[in-house]
Design a protein around this ligand. Structure first.
Ligand code: DHB
Length: 308
C-alpha cells in the first residue's frame, strides 16, 4: 500500500522496476522480471532491425557500478511486439523502449507499439554507445523533430529516456519541449556516456568498443541522477511523471529519489549484479524507511526535499 505509485496515469503496485538495459532482451528474461517484485516489465531498447551489438568485452562490473557499451543488442521491435501478449497474464504494466537510428525509425516503432499490447512507450533519446551517432537528446533540433513526428500517433502514454544534463539552460530547453509535445513521463538518467575506465595492469581500457569509451552506471552517477530528477521536478511537477534511474541499490537510495521528486525508480546495475530479487528487497527497505519516518505513502514524501 505504502509504495503504490502511478506513472502517466497507469497504476504501479510498487515503487521499483527494472530499467531498460540488462537481462530484459528475451522472453525468458522478461518473464523473470514479470515474476519478480518489479512494478512493471520494462523491455530492452529495441531497433527496427535485430542487432548483435558491440564486440566484447562490453560490460564490466566496477567497485562502484559498471561501465558498458553494449551497442543495442536486441531482437528487433517486431519480436517485442509479439512478446507483449505473452506477458499480459502477469498483470503488470508492460513498457516498450524504442531506440531509433534515425527519426523515421522512431516513427515506425512508436506507430507499431501504439497498436500493440504494451501500456507505455519509453522513447530512448540517449543511447551513448553507437559509433558516429550522438545522443539525440543533446541535439534539441533533432529532439523536436522526433517529438513532433511521434506525438499524436496513438493514445498510449509516451515517455523520454534522457541523458544527464549539466546546465540549467539545457534542463529548461528540454522541459519546454516536454511540455510542448505533452510527453507523459521521463526516465532520467541514462548512463553517463563516453566515460573511460583504464586498467593500469593491462594499460588498456576495460571495454573494447569505441576505444574504451562507454556509459558509466551505478553509484558513480547517483548524484547526477538525483540532480536531474530534482531539476525536472521543479520544472515539470504535476504535469509529467518522473522515473529516477542511476545508482539505486537500497531503499535509502530510492527514498532520496523520492525526496527529489521521482514517482518511481528504475534499476539496472544492481539488477545485473544481484538478480531479480533486488526489486522486492529495495521495495521492502523503502517501505520500512517510510514507516519509520512516519510517512503513510510515497505520495506524502514525493518532492519534499528540505533546504538548508
Ligand atoms: C545501450 C546503452 C544505453 O545506455 C542505452 O540507453 C541503450 C542501449 C546499449 O549500448 O545497448
Amino acid at each position: 500500500m505504502f509504495i503504490k505509485t502511478k506513472i502517466a496515469g497507469v497504476e504501479f503496485n510498487s515503487y521499483v522496476l527494472n530499467a531498460s538495459g540488462p537481462n530484459d532482451s528475451t522472453l525468458e528474461e522478461l518473464e523473470i522480471i514479470a515474476k519478480s517484485g518489479s512494478a512493471a516489465i520494462m523491455m530492452k531498447s529495441c531497433t527496427v532491425e535485430p542487432r548483435k551489438g558491440n564486440p566484447e568485452p562490453r560490460y564490466v562490473r566496477l567497485p562502484l557500478g559498471s561501465i558498458q557499451s553494449m551497442g543495442l543488442p536486441n531482437k528487433g521491435y517486431q519480436e517485442y511486439i509479439k512478446f507483449a501478449p505473452q506477458l499480459k497474464k502477469f498483470n503488470k504494466p508492460i513498457i516498450a523502449s524504442v531506440a531509433g537510428l534515425c527519426t523515421d525509425d522512431y516513427v515506425k516503432m512508436v506507430e507499431a507499439f501504439q497498436k500493440s499490447d504494451v501500456n507505455l512507450i519509453e522513447v530512448n533519446l540517449s543511447c551513448p554507445n553507437l559509433e558516429a551517432k550522438p545522443q539525440v537528446a543533446y541535439d534539441f533540433e533533432q529532439t523536436e523533430e522526433v517529438l513532433s513526428r511521434i506525438s499524436g500517433l496513438g493514445k498510449k502514454p509516451l515517455g523520454l529516456k534522457l541523458p544527464p544534463y549539466f546546465e540549467f539552460a539545457h534542463f529548461q530547453q528540454i522541459a519546454e519541449l516536454i511540455r510542448k509535445y505533452k510527453v507523459s513521463f521521463i526516465s532520467c538518467i541514462n548512463s553517463v556516456g563516453n566515460t573511460l575506465i583504464i586498467d593500469p595492469e593491462t594499460e588498456t581500457p576495460v571495454i573494447k568498443p569505441k576505444k574504451g569509451f562507454g556509459g558509466l552506471c551505478g553509484d558513480y552517477i547517483k548524484p547526477i541522477a538525483l540532480a536531474s530528477v530534482r531539476a525536472f521536478y521543479e520544472l515539470l511537477k504535476d504535469k509529467v511523471s518522473i522515473m529516477g534511474v542511476g545508482g539505486v541499490k537500497s531503499g535509502t537510495d530510492a527514498f532520496e529519489f523520492l525526496l527529489a521528486g521521482a514517482d518511481a525508480v528504475q534499476i539496472a546495475t544492481t539488477f545485473e549484479k544481484e538478480g531479480a530479487s533486488c526489486f522486492e528487497r529495495i521495495n521492502k527497505e523503502l517501505e520500512e524507511l517510510l514507516k519509520r519516518k512516519g510517512y503513510a505513502s510515497v505520495q506524502e514524501a514525493k518532492g519534499k526535499l528540505k533546504y538548508l
